[in-house]
Write a new protein. Structure first.
Length: 238
């Protein structure tokens, strides 16, 4: 992927273009929904949550993000907007979604291209559990990750394990759907045994379960330096 240097004045125009695509998606939905494809309202992160993720990444001044799960691109557009706002000389957004051209007919990537974000983003269409190890072995470093891929416990656990090596010490990992027991249990291991610290006020006004009050999104700060406790210190986590 080529490095992108933003000329003076271009970044602001770019942000407006991304914001326009985001607004169109929120108000009218995707340009098409594949026959039998996942329901947009069901799988899409609500706009206010996307705004808060964007604002968090702006506050963190991130320049490189790994995202698992593209779907209809609502979160990816918000993350792209954050990368542009931060003004990094070489913003980079790695997107991993093995179902983008099957279940979603390429709609999410089409929207990113419409927003001009394919200049800073790259799409990987293989399972994250196979790609992340290679990314880690290559020495790739991100400042943040957004996780909304498989919700099977074992897959989430593997994703988080490798993201713990890819995201820099002190960086953040944002997880959608932590209110699902499988996702919540996976991240609980890293919180309990590896020192991942929840940031409960990071998305204070985000979507929550009306019945339990449990928030949809969890944000975690990775320890600095990384922690690898002795196996004898293992603590049950669920």
């Amino acid at each position: 992927m080529n490095s992108i240097v933003q000329p003076d004045g271009v970044a602001g125009e770019w942000q407006h273009r991304v914001a326009a695509v985001r607004r169109e998606l929120s108000e009218h939905g995707p340009p098409r929904t594949p026959d039998g494809g996942p329901d947009f309202a069901t799988v899409t992160l609500p706009e206010r949550d996307c705004d808060q993720v964007r604002d968090l990444l702006v506050e963190e001044r991130v320049g490189t993000v790994v995202e698992i799960g593209l779907a209809y691109a609502s979160s990816a557009l918000a993350i792209g907007e954050a990368l542009l706002r931060n003004g990094s000389r070489n913003p980079r957004h790695v997107l991993i979604d093995p179902f983008q051209y099957t279940a979603y007919d390429g709609v999410g990537w089409e929207l990113l291209r419409r927003a001009g974000l394919d200049d800073i983003a790259e799409l990987v269409t293989e399972p994250s559990q196979r790609y992340l190890p290679r990314l880690a072995d290559a020495g790739f470093v991100a400042e943040a990750a957004f996780v909304d891929g498989s919700h099977h416990f074992h897959n989430v656990f593997v994703d988080l394990h490798f993201l713990g090596h890819i995201v820099r010490p002190g960086g953040i990992v944002v997880l959608d759907d932590v209110w699902w027991p499988s996702v919540g249990a996976a991240v609980a291991y890293f919180e309990t045994n590896l020192g991942w610290r929840p940031i409960p006020d990071a998305l204070a006004d985000g979507t929550a379960d009306p019945a339990s009050g449990r928030r949809r999104i969890g944000v975690y700060r990775l320890p600095d330096p990384r922690s690898t406790p002795d196996f004898k210190e293992f603590r049950p986590f669920c």
